[in-house]
Each structure stands twice: as C-alpha cells, then as structure tokens.
Design a protein around this ligand. Sequence first.
Ligand code: 13P
Length: 342
Amino acid sequence: MDLVALNKVAAAMVAPGRGILAADESSGTIKKRFDAIGVESTPDNRRDYREMLFRSAEAMAKYISGVILYDETIRQNAKDGTPLVKLIEKAGALPGIKVDKGTKPLPFCPGEVVTEGLDGLRERLIEYRTLGAKFAKWRAVIDIGDHGVPSYACVRANTHALARYAALCQDEGLVPIVEPEVLMDGGHDIDRCVEVTRLVLKATFQELFLNRVALEGIVLKPNMAVPGKKSARRATVAEVADKTLRVLKECVPAAVPGIAFLSGGQSDEEATAHLDAINKLGELPWRVTFSYGRALQAAPQKAWSGKLENVAAAQRAFAHRAMMNALATAGQWQADLERKAA
Ligand code: 13P
C-alpha cells in the first residue's frame, strides 16, 4: 500500500474551501429525481444533466474537490465525445466511483438492511482505476426505529462490510470514502441520533482497525446529529453543531484527514448552516467539509428541468450552492449571503 499517495488524494478531497459533489445516484434514484422535474430518465438525459454539472466552470474549478460517479457515468462521453471523467479532471477535480451494490434486507432483522457488493470488488476496483477513479464510495445504511432498531447484527454486518471494502480500496490504490449513514427518517429526537451515531462510528473504527485500514488514507462521510424528520422536538443549528462535533470528537481519530458530511434529506440551507456552525466551533482535528448529493443538486435540477435553454441558470444555481457550502467549510457563511446572492 502506498499510503503517501493515498493520503495525498484524501487531503485533496478535503482541501480547504472545497467539497465533494455526490452525483452517484443509482438508476432508480436518478429516475425519482427526474420524475420530480418531469424529465424522462434515459441514458442521454442523464448524460446531459451530469455534463451540465461537470461543465459548470465556476463551481467545479473553485469549490469542488471531487465528484462521485455511478457506474454508467464513469463510462459515458459528453455530447462532443469527451469522456465525462476528462471533463472533471480538466476542471481540476478528482473522479470517484460508487462501488457498493445497494442494500438487501437483513435476515431476522425486520426492516433492516445490509449493503452488498464485496464479491468481485477487487476486480471492479481495478477496472475503475483504469477508467480514472481516484477514490471510491460505499454507503452503509442504519435506520433508527422503536424496538431494537438498529440491531447489533445490523451494525456489525454493515460496519464489517465497510471495513472490508475500505481495505480492498487501499490495497488497489483508491481512497475509500467510508459512509456509515444513520438515517434521519422517523420520529426520534436528536439525542437518540447521537446515541446511534456514536455506536455506529465506534463499531466502524473498530472494524477499520481490525481490517488494517490506514486511517490516513480514508475520508469519513457521516451523518450529522439531527432529529428524525417526524420528530416534534426540532433542534437549533447550534445544538446540531455542538452535538455532532461532540460525537465526532469521541469517535473519529485525528489520523483521519477529513470528514465530508452527507446531507441526508436536510434542506439545502440547513445542510449549509449546520456545516458552517460546526466549522465556527474552532480548531478541529480533521478538515470538515461536504459530500452532498441532494443539498447541492436540488436547486440546479429544478432550474434545469431538462431544457437546453436552462443550462446557464442551472449552472448558476449549482455554483451558488457550491459557493455557500465552500464558505461553510471555513465557518464564513451567513444566512443573508443566501438572500443577497439569490
Ligand atoms: P445526500 O447528500 O443526498 O444524502 O447524498 C450523499 C450521498 O452520497 C449518499 O450516499
């Protein structure tokens, strides 16, 4: 393992003032997003949409460190024949690839799932590396329920798979994004989210250690500590920042170069405000940035709506969200910047 090279890539992924664009929606997920804006999910439309994002010179060159791609996209060419991967590289960002194969129900654990995709993973990593990927992503999904959810079986199965994936990535020269996502569905309060996030992160780092993963060569992609969407007890921005940072400090060793949050269903502005408030809390042991899917793409998707004449407006919307989040990585975002720039 060339840890110096891995660490260099990981550091670039979380470079100051930049974050990651998660554009790795599976075919099913992108169809849902396109349905919402009345666009048919065809390979060409998916290509046009993603090409629009990757050609957003302002956003990509200034604020985006890397892009997570889906298997289809890493193989696709832009309309003029240029591989989409080359567009990302030309903009100065790193191409990455989602390598998990989604979730399946976990036996004897009603309502819980385990992420699959370890079989044949080494061979797929080798191919993705030849296609230009510098890093990979695997998402584990942990739900919070009323009775015994998450189960210990679910936490163990998912964190073990994450660590097996991470070790394979490092062995093949790719930086693993380690994403144990505790979902914000449901009616639990923020303290229950803290408790489950702590359990999941402790288990994740134990598995990473047992599987000999070098922490200097990973990027952690966790959820923030937030109440469930249906919780009656909402949390302030300050409470989210304080509780998120506390649980991360308890669980994430300082050897990890960076933490890049998922947005997980937070509104665009919430995701930015929370990231900003965390970074306003002072000197942190790791770089703290974003790896947002929905919170970066909802606005450009709506602006684009599948029409060529909307491309410039959609690129402006993307650049705006990317800039707001870039400011948040330095704790320099303010709510009135949203109004001024909008
Ligand atoms: P969201 O920011 O929409 O949660 O997506 C990030 C991601 O990559 C989920 O795996």
